[in-house]
Design a protein around this ligand. Structure first.
Ligand SMILES: *Cc1c(COP(=O)(O)O)cnc(C)c1O
Length: 376
């Protein structure tokens, strides 16, 4: 038996959609991308969404919109994927690492307040594993200090916190559709927000700086008169090759339809894990799971003898992981400030266990049995 750690849940619907894109023979940035953006706006209830090829790109571009002076600081949790901090470095800003809340493993709001200086310009909360940061408190704290808020929603999709969807609390929300995330387009990302003026440069920024949609230019060429000047475009700013393409977007449209099914299946698997594992003084859940309320990307534990447990589970055919090695401990980021003693200790107790809609209840039972065997 081998049980994977993550597995994308794609089926015949996605395959049919890809067939449709093949038949139209337009694989790049096109109408499907625009349809996906519109569907995403409707799903989130926001006024503008721009699709890109990753959440890494989404975070980079989101932060760039504010044109912060070089060298200013961005408050980022240490316990996150590199992309959250790279967004600062790509924009010639400095990450300032924040310790994790011992309960949720999200931003520790006390450490945030302690480390804040006048040089800080933005904060990037990460809803770790899908568990929401206390956004009501964070937002009022940040607004008082005139900080911009970019939500890193890579671990969440379709969750609401205090009646506001995650991704709509801050100035901009960045989502990931990488294959290990709650919904996937293979690789992909989305930037969502309500400030259309702020977001106006995004379409050019994701398309090498070109401010005209390629597929609309193609339509002008075929539908209009001979001198429509379809080939003409202006480049007013430095853009990147960060666009989503129609192949990815058509998969995203199908996945969005399945989001409530994904929520349901993750909910019942997490409930089964919690039920089977019960209370122990050797381990506890990674975050305070509330599977009826939030859609979680990861299930895991904080446990004694973590490394031994990983090997034991591997020998039982169960893949595990560790998300993450805190960034302030990584060689690249060591030069930036951010003493985070709690997560530096706690990370050695964190283990990620299999979670995805196709995981069988019996597999969850097997994993839990093996964990109990290990601690016996
Ligand atoms: C995966 C992830 C990202 C980056 O997402 P990509 O779409 O792979 O670029 C950013 N932040 C966090 C917290 C992530 O887990």
């Amino acid at each position: 038996m081998t049980i994977r750690l993550f597995k994308p849940c794609v089926g015949s619907e996605e395959l049919e959609a890809v067939r449709g894109v093949f038949e139209r023979s337009w694989l790049g940035l096109g109408e499907r991308v625009e349809q996906f953006e519109n569907a995403w706006c409707e799903h989130l209830g926001c006024s503008k969404s721009v699709a890109v090829n990753s959440a890494t790109a989404a975070l980079h571009l989101s932060l760039s919109l504010f044109r912060f002076p070089v060298g200013k600081k961005v408050l980022v949790p240490s316990m996150t994927f590199a992309a959250s901090a790279n967004a600062a470095l790509y924009n010639r800003l400095e990450p300032l690492f924040i310790d994790s809340d011992d309960h949720t493993l999200g931003l520790d709001l006390e450490d945030l307040d302690r480390k804040y200086t006048k040089d800080c310009v933005a904060v990037i909360p990460v809803h770790y594993a899908g568990h929401p940061v206390q956004m009501n408190e964070l937002v009022s704290w940040a607004r008082h200090r005139n900080l911009k808020i970019i939500e890193d929603c890579a671990h969440t999709s379709g969750s609401t916190y205090l009646d506001v969807p995650l991704g709509r609390w801050g100035d901009l929300g960045c989502f990931s559709f990488e294959e290990k995330k709650i919904m996937t387009t293979g690789d992909g990302g989305m930037i969502s927000g309500d400030d259309e003026d702020l977001m106006a440069p995004l379409k050019a920024k994701r398309w090498v700086g070109i401010d005209k949609d390629n597929w609309k230019r193609a339509a002008e060429y075929t539908e209009k008169n001979a001198d429509a000047r379809h080939w003409y475009y202006e480049i007013n700013l430095l853009g990147y090759k960060y666009n989503m393409n129609d192949l990815a977007a058509c998969i995203g449209l199908c996945q969005l339809q399945k989001l409530s099914f994904f929520f349901e299946s993750r909910r019942s698997l997490i409930k089964r894990y919690l039920q089977n594992l019960g209370h122990s003084d050797r381990f506890k859940p990674l975050v305070p799971y509330e599977p009826d309320s939030y859609n979680y990307q990861m299930f895991g534990l904080r446990c004694d003898r973590r490394d031994e447990l990983m090997i034991f589970l591997k020998n039982s055919g169960i893949a595990t992981g560790c998300h993450y090695t805190p960034l302030h401990m990584q060689p690249l980021y060591k030069v930036y400030t951010g003493y985070c003693p709690f997560i530096e200790r706690e990370q050695a107790r964190c283990i990620t266990l299999p979670l995805y809609p196709d995981l069988e209840i019996q597999e969850v039972d097997y994993i839990c049995d093996r964990i109990h065997d290990f601690y016996k």
